[in-house]
Design a protein around this ligand. Structure first.
Ligand code: PLP
Length: 452
């Protein structure tokens, strides 16, 4: 409908309920939001400005994607320049130089062995589904077409497309959508309430990973294409695998000819205090997905990095040279404007030593967040790099209510944080100062203690 208040900008400052109806918002409680909209109009550095003109600290780096802070001049200029120069180039059978430049930049930051980038449509969900399709197709071209089963992990999050939902392990994201792909799930890694592990739990990882052996006994490795896990589970509330877990998964996958995929949509490009979660945890997968931090949130850009053997297997099986080796891709794969943003982002990540900066801030952040042990309602706190999850004791029958109320109260105090399931999640920008991290955590402690 026409905006009854005139221009869109005016409407944003005093939104009319009917005007808000047309947009069915994603992963949002639409009824609640439209009754009390939370609208941002600007962002710079670590802060948003909302329609009331208030400054709000960005306690989740957007959605884990703007670690370098908002409105970085170099990225803004690179995007503007690129739109004016080459706003689009066909993604299939033709190209542009920026995707090659960016692929090289990405490969430089990968653990040894991961050296070819297949860009996806721009979302993490696209990257995940691309990785699952590559895994299945790889076995098929290798003459092992029965290897189709995909193994995820309970509490894992791999986006919202059918592949990602199938391997995903958050029940609320799965239950409405019926039959998915042929998948199984490893047990979740949620520590018992009261664990308060700092960083990586020190024990028990290998034994937990051995649960993959039970799935192999049940289905046989000859039917299993790949295992996909997040190095640490972000959306479930920062759940960090105990030491040895990822290493043991790697050993089992290698031993049984199963591909290992790390979904690094959150953990890639700085958040872990390393360029990748693979580097942080010292384990190299066969395929690695990336998205969020790749353009610092400014443009949709995502993809999968694969081992040389995988890329070369497709080329070798490709038939005559003029034929396509992998029938997969998106209209917006490696969009030139997104690539320009990606190259500018990589320049800043490298120049400002973003992973090192996260590593330096992480002990301060860890101490601060664990200082909330004992705050009202808190049953567990977990952290890794610049990410933390707080589990709150549930109100009877309503595990998600208290986190929602806490996040709304935080917003009133000038802090944006994520609430999901029974958790509050923090992932502040890499450019945060220690004082800003303290203010964020202090405000959370105060809010928890004021919440019923
Ligand atoms: C690990 C992981 N994979 C995939 C996704 C999906 O990314 P997108 O929302 O860009 O589709 C997310 C999003 O949070 C994620 O955390």
């Amino acid at each position: 409908m026409a905006n009854p208040l005139g221009t869109r900008r005016e409407a944003a400052s005093a939104p009319d309920a009917a005007w808000l109806e047309a947009h069915w918002m994603p992963f949002t409680a639409n009824r609640q939001f439209k009754a009390a909209p939370r609208l941002f109009t600007q962002a710079a550095g670590a802060y948003y400005t909302d329609v009331q003109g208030r400054k709000i600290f960005d306690g989740l780096s957007g959605l884990w994607c703007t670690g370098l802070g908002h409105a970085r001049k170099e990225i803004v200029e690179a995007v503007a320049r690129q739109i004016a120069t080459l706003d689009y180039a066909p993604a299939f059978q033709f190209g542009h130089t920026l995707s090659f430049e960016l692929a090289n930049r990405i490969v430089e930051r990968m653990p040894a062995g991961l050296d070819h980038v297949m860009f996806s449509g721009g979302s993490g969900s696209d990257a995940v589904d691309s990785s699952l399709k590559i895994a299945r197709a790889y076995w098929r071209i290798r003459g092992q077409g029965a290897k189709t089963r995909l193994i995820g992990r309970a509490q894992g999050y791999h986006g919202v497309n059918f592949g990602g939902v199938s391997v995903g392990g958050i029940v609320g994201n799965r239950k409405l959508f019926g039959q998915g792909l042929e998948t199984s799930h490893l047990a979740d890694l949620q520590p018992p309430p009261g664990s308060f592990f700092r960083g990586e739990p020190s024990e028990g990882g290998a034994a937990l990973a051995d649960s993959l052996l039970a799935l192999i006994r049940l289905y046989d490795a000859s039917t299993i294409a790949a295992v996909i896990v997040e190095p640490f589970a972000g959306s479930a509330g920062v759940i960090v695998p105990p030491r040895g877990y990822l290493k043991r998964l790697r050993e089992i996958c290698t031993e049984h000819d199963i591909l290992l995929i790390f979904d690094e949509v959150i953990t890639g490009f700085g958040r872990c205090g390393a360029w990748t979660g693979a580097e942080a945890f010292g384990v190299t997968p066969d395929l690695l997905t990336f998205a969020k931090q790749s353009t610092n949130g400014t443009q949709p850009l995502s993809g999968v990095v694969v081992r040389k053997e995988i890329y070369e297997a497709f080329l070798a099986a490709g038939g005559p040279e003029y034929l396509i080796e992998l029938p997969h891709g998106y209209t917006y794969s490696a969009h030139p404007v997104a690539c320009a943003a990606g190259i500018a982002t990589f320049d800043i990540l490298a120049r400002e030593h973003a992973p090192e900066r996260v590593r330096e801030l992480a002990p301060h952040f860890e101490k601060a967040v664990h200082g909330l042990r004992g705050a009202r309602h808190v049953s567990d706190i977990r952290n890794y790099g610049l990410a933390a999850g707080f589990t709150l004791q549930a109100l009877p029958g309503e595990p998600a209510r208290r986190p929602f109320e806490v996040a709304m109260a935080m917003l009133k105090k000038g802090f944006y944080v994520r609430y999901g399931g029974a958790t509050i999640q923090l992932a502040p920008p890499f450019i945060s100062t220690p004082a800003e991290l303290d203010r964020l955590v202090d405000a959370l402690g105060e809010t928890l203690n004021q919440t019923d």
